[in-house]
Design a protein around this ligand. Structure first.
Ligand SMILES: NC(=O)c1ccc[n+]([C@@H]2O[C@H](COP(=O)([O-])OP(=O)(O)OC[C@H]3O[C@@H](n4cnc5c(N)ncnc54)[C@H](OP(=O)(O)O)[C@@H]3O)[C@@H](O)[C@H]2O)c1
Length: 270
């Protein structure tokens, strides 16, 4: 899809990858609807974008039903005004690096809500007001295809995001709406604590800048690429894990002591 003058709803717009995407999309001539919980942060992002007056901010907690209803109402209003939204990017996300046994029930629920339930509900609402042709692009993770210690809930949510995207794209075949999936590997944003960044460095896990991810998202939108995994060798591990999961399990087993060491630093008493 040509992005010039397309209206794009972007969740998680105040985060590392969200800001980088907003910059790229605005430079490509798109008009953005920037969503996040904090108005000031969104305004600060808007001020940095090309043609800031073309973009609007919308503060909403995507785990709050009333906020989702407000978002739905606004989507309908845009649609009825003839200025409907062309693309929805479900990018907001959270994670907690920890053993499942050490997690609170509330933190597990929150992580599933933000990473999986909210994108499902936003997609469901968007089917009422998204322009045809239209695109829903969901941001997943390499961890959606590779189960990794310390990220059980995140892996489960992102795996769900992948299958949800695949199923909805097939369900909507011929409707004028495409559903795309982009899975970054580790990316240098505040999502990862300094301990996680240090662990990734020590394990030799490579990470990308948010700008690299943003450029790949633009490519997916332009070419309507159904699914995309970013970065070698993670892209290869995703395939190997599907066919020979024992090989990936063995390689993760070699990292296990270090992973436990870093979780222990977060929770020294455990
Ligand atoms: N960074 C990585 O290593 C990495 C790797 C693979 C995939 N990803 C995925 O990439 C996406 C963006 O991550 P990021 O690295 O840019 O993270 P980030 O810098 O922490 O940004 C997260 C964004 O999500 C928003 N958000 C969180 N909870 C929300 C809620 N309840 N309601 C509405 N918005 C909420 C935050 O805004 P407010 O806090 O202002 O509401 C922020 O804009 C996520 O889906 C993440 O899973 C990241």
């Amino acid at each position: 899809m040509d992005l010039k003058r397309k209206r794009i709803l972007l969740t998680g717009a105040s985060g590392g990858i969200g800001q980088a995407m907003a910059t790229e999309l605005a430079s490509a001539g798109a008009h953005l609807f920037l969503v996040g919980r904090h108005h000031e942060k969104l305004e600060a992002v808007r001020a940095t974008l090309a043609e800031p007056e073309k973009h609007v901010v919308f503060s909403a907690d995507l785990t709050c039903e009333a906020d989702l209803e407000r978002l739905n109402h606004t989507g309908n209003q845009f649609n009825q005004s003839g200025e409907g939204i062309d693309i929805v990017i479900n990018n907001a996300g959270v994670n907690e690096f920890n053993f499942l046994a050490s997690r609170t029930i509330a933190s597990v629920q929150q992580e599933l809500n933000v990473n999986l339930l909210a994108p499902m509900l936003v997609s469901k609402m968007a089917l009422n007001w998204l322009n045809r042709p239209g695109i829903i692009l969901n941001i997943g993770s390499a961890f959606g295809s590779i189960g990794y210690p310390g990220y059980t809930v995140y892996c489960g949510a992102k795996a769900g995001m992948y299958r949800f995207s695949e199923a909805l794209d097939r369900e909507l075949d011929g409707s004028g709406i495409r559903v795309l999936y982009v899975a970054p590997r580790a990316t240098d944003t505040d999502l990862n604590s300094s301990l996680v960044k240090q662990m990734n460095q020590e394990l030799g896990n490579r990470s990308d800048s948010p700008q690299v991810v943003a450029k790949q998202v633009i490519e997916s939108l332009k070419h309507e690429t159904t699914s995309r995994w970013i970065g070698w060798p993670e892209k290869l591990f995703v395939r190997v894990n599907q066919i020979f999961p024992a090989i990936v399990a063995q390689s993760i087993r070699r990292q296990q002591a270090k992973i436990h060491h870093f979780i222990g630093l977060i929770h020294p008493e455990k």
